[in-house]
Design a protein around this ligand. Structure first.
Ligand code: KG4
Ligand code: ZN
Length: 351
């Protein structure tokens, strides 16, 4: 979607490097997304069973400039056409963030254009607005990624109220850790979701942590422990069908909890629009459950395009453009970057 309510016409370069994906994109406030390119480091980290921060940083260095050249070529633009550069300032892995920040500031200095640091989760949160039929404000947002599980009330850019969050593991983390226990690869979310399709839902019954707590908080570490206990209870190696049964029980439990808490958040706020963002938002079973609930309870549910659920540069370019629409001075020719590996989203201000 083009940012038609923005009077400022500009092209924003987005640089994402907070974890294991290098994402670069060009967003035009008049014409919409011009080009985006991504390099995933999954294959590199797979043999270690998780992200190795030092390897991640080094790979971002290798990938960023070739990806920049690709998006410029795809958009048929010269680098001087870029008006501002948005980069992920945090939260994320310190070394990986430093690479993106220094590359963004280096480009800014080279072409004499201003830069602005963007909050990674704000990128996720606003990513459904890149879709063809974007939601209007206000809405309830469920942010479900590898590091975060939060319910927010969103009244506009930078107007975020935290309604509830996980007290321990994030939903994506629970997917990844449980997948590891089942001997599936990294990242575990897509693998466990695919395997669950073949599982019998009646064989295992896993707990639904905090399902009936009156608040909007989550807890997923007990679920992972329940998977561990079920795996250990097998004296011999767990067979493929049983792995699928366990995967199914795990997915059913996590989807039930996420769906129920979203419904409570909608009820508490009186809002009728729900936005799902972050990597776990790509999950098929979660989408089916939320779509069914939306049809039954008469609310609207919005998702980012599948390719923009997980980390990408487009959401950072877009969030940067939104920030600039609210405050054109948000980008500065101050190239002394400072990253924020830990940065709560509700610390952000509207402008
Ligand atoms: O948003 P994201 O790309 O990175 C963070 O900001 O953390 O989310 C990555 C997380 C991983 O935990 C991954 O396993 C999970 O999203 N994920 C999924 C699916 N695709 C990615 N979880 C469940 N089902 C999926 N289809
Ligand atoms: Zn992310």
């Amino acid at each position: 979607m083009a940012l038609c309510f923005v009077r400022l016409i500009m092209i924003v370069l987005g640089v994402e490097s907070s974890c294991d994906e290098t994402g670069i994109a060009l967003y035009d406030t008049e014409r919409g997304l011009l080009a985006h390119a991504l390099h995933s480091q999954v294959a590199m980290h797979e043999e270690y069973g998780g992200v190795v921060p030092e390897l991640a940083s080094r790979d971002h260095i290798r990938r960023a400039i070739p990806l920049l050249e690709k998006v410029l070529a795809d958009a048929a633009l010269d680098r001087d056409a870029i008006d501002a550069i948005a980069y992920t300032q945090g939260p994320g892995l310190a070394g990986a963030l430093l690479v993106g920040a220094s590359i963004a500031c280096g480009i800014g200095l080279a072409i004499d254009k201003p830069v602005l640091g963007v909050h990674h989760l704000e990128g996720h949160l606003l990513s459904p607005l890149l879709a063809n039929q974007p939601p209007e404000f206000p809405f309830v947002a469920l942010l479900v990624s590898g590091g975060h599980t939060q319910l927010m009330r969103v009244d506009g850019v930078g107007r975020y109220e935290l309604l509830g969050e996980t007290v321990d593991d994030a939903a994506g983390e629970a997917f990844d850790k449980s997948a590891k226990l089942l001997g599936l690869g990294y990242p575990g979310g897509p693998a466990i979701s695919r395997l669950a399709e073949f599982g019998d839902p009646t064989v295992y019954k896993l707990p639904r942590p905090m399902l009936h707590s009156k608040d909007l908080n989550f807890s997923f570490s007990g679920l992972k422990t329940a998977v561990l206990t079920a795996v250990k209870n097998h004296r011999t190696n767990i067979c493929d069908q049983d792995k699928a049964n366990l995967a199914r029980a795990f997915v059913d439990a996590i989807v039930d909890v996420l769906t129920a808490k979203c419904l409570t958040a909608l009820k508490q706020t009186g809002l009728k629009r729900l936005v799902i963002a972050g990597g776990v938002g790509a999950n098929r079973q979660l989408r089916e459950s939320l779509n069914a609930a939306a049809a039954k309870k008469r609310f609207q549910v919005f998702y980012p395009e599948l390719e923009f659920c997980t980390d990408n540069g487009a959401m950072i370019a877009f969030a940067g453009a939104m920030r600039l629409a609210v405050n054109p001075n948000a980008a500065q020719r101050d190239y002394a970057f400072n990253i924020k590996p830990r940065w709560p989203l509700d610390e952000l201000k509207a402008a």
